[in-house]
Design a protein around this ligand. Structure first.
Ligand code: PEP
Ligand code: CO
Length: 402
């Protein structure tokens, strides 16, 4: 199974899901060239530090909190916004550390979380068929034909915003307290490595080691829709030395997951691979155990994080997407119980959170679906407020079900 990883030229020829159709745009080629010449946003020594921290999580001596927007917004990427998001992440992580009693790695969905996979390529708005919104890296959320037209120049704007956010995170890492030997708590960056015209040109070579790494973020992850073993996304991640993560939906079979682990973690390196089940409160108990058993018996020292958000999204009668805190608590609690029962370490949480007092998920301060209209500003999926996320952390950490 340990074939040589594909080269850049090879992975780019493989089929890729969820890519914008913008190659005929006059700026497409120039944008790719500019990204290829741009400074790296993250550095090899940082990737090694994060991998060391994730190895501690894999060993059960730490946990991780990965949190932030579903879709980062260009409108909310000023220094003030980024500082607010990082302060919110820090306060959640501090709370999580108090409850868990072990160090917490802070990983933002930040500094490049601008591209969104979508279930349907188009949507109907007032009787008009429009391309779906794919995140500010691709098009605009404004529901008009012009707004939804993919524009590759957005890749450069995204790079600029990411660059500022990366600088803010680096300042905090350099001035923060170490939480344990061999753990720099972060904040580290992560995003869905979705848009290959962004990620591909940002692959760099570490001059010291000859290793290839993805210079767009510390921890690239693959979403449930782009984790196909035969596709370009998995091949790209197999060529780089960053720690990498993959979302695991109920569609994943044990055989497919083992093949993915073999492609992404052939050397079985602790901290290299993070698996993020996102299954749904009612399906996780049946779906997760066979996958955990398969990964254990194949000997991959993975980090397991629970994403209790994406399997618990519902639509209200008025068509708004929301999530109930109770369902999220139930999934994350079941995750903890199931991992522990299989002798694996529940490695923490992957959450969608907002720094502001939004009204997007129901529970705690948002008493009912009627209140969702009050301050629903997410560009994509509904996020927890800090108060809701703290309630979730308390209920999951303190009283796991059964
Ligand atoms: C997300 O994390 O916003 C997302 C789209 O997740 P998934 O790929 O698991 O659906
Ligand atoms: Co989301």
């Amino acid at each position: 199974m340990t074939a040589a990883p594909p080269t850049i030229e090879e992975w780019a020829r493989l089929p890729a899901e969820q890519q914008p159709d913008w190659r005929s745009h006059p700026a497409h080629g120039r944008v790719r060239t500019k990204l290829a010449e741009a400074p790296a946003l993250v550095f090899p020594e940082e990737l090694r530090a994060l991998r060391a921290g994730l190895a501690e999580v894999a060993a059960g001596r730490a946990v991780a909190l990965q949190a932030g927007d579903c879709a980062e917004s260009f409108y909310e990427s000023t220094a003030e916004h980024v500082a607010g998001k990082l302060a919110a992440l820090e306060s959640l992580a501090t709370h999580f550390a108090d409850r868990a009693g072990i160090p917490v790695l802070r990983i933002g969905r930040l500094g490049g979380q601008f591209g969104k996979p979508r279930s349907a390529p188009t949507e109907s708005v007032d009787g008009e068929d429009l391309l779906a919104f794919h995140g500010h890296l691709v098009n605009s959320e404004i529901p008009s034909p012009a707004g939804r037209r993919p524009d590759p120049r957005r890749l450069l704007w995204g790079y600029q915003f990411a660059s500022e956010a990366q600088r803010a995170m680096r300042r905090l890492r350099e001035t923060g307290e170490p939480v344990a030997e061999s753990i720099n708590p972060g904040p580290w960056s992560s995003h869905d490595a979705l848009v290959l015209d962004y990620e591909g040109p940002l692959v760099r070579t570490d001059e010291a080691t000859g290793d290839r790494y993805l210079a767009s973020t510390h921890l690239p992850w693959l979403g449930a829709r782009t984790a196909d073993l035969a596709g370009a996304h998995v091949a790209l991640l197999s060529t780089i030395v960053n720690p990498v993560a993959v979302k695991v939906s109920t569609r994943m079979t044990p055989a497919a997951l083992i093949a993915l682990c073999a492609a992404l973690d052939p050397e079985r390196v602790p901290g290299r691979l993070t698996l993020i089940p996102r299954m749904g409160a009612t399906t996780i108990a049946a779906a997760l155990p066979p996958l955990v058993r398969a990964v254990r018996s194949a000997g991959h020292p993975v980090v397991w994080l629970s994403d209790p958000m994406h399997g618990n999204t519902i639509r209200t009668a008025s068509g708004r997407k929301t999530r109930y805190l109770d369902a999220m608590v139930a999934e994350a609690s079941a995750f903890n119980v199931l991992l522990s029962a299989h002798g694996s370490h529940p490695g923490g949480l992957h959450l969608e959170t907002a720094a502001e007092a939004v009204t997007e998920c129901v529970g705690g301060s948002v008493g009912s679906e009627r209140e969702l209209a009050d301050n629903y500003t997410s560009l994509c999926d509904p996020r927890l407020t800090s108060d809701q996320a703290i309630a979730l952390i308390d209920r999951v950490a303190v009283e796991p079900k059964e």
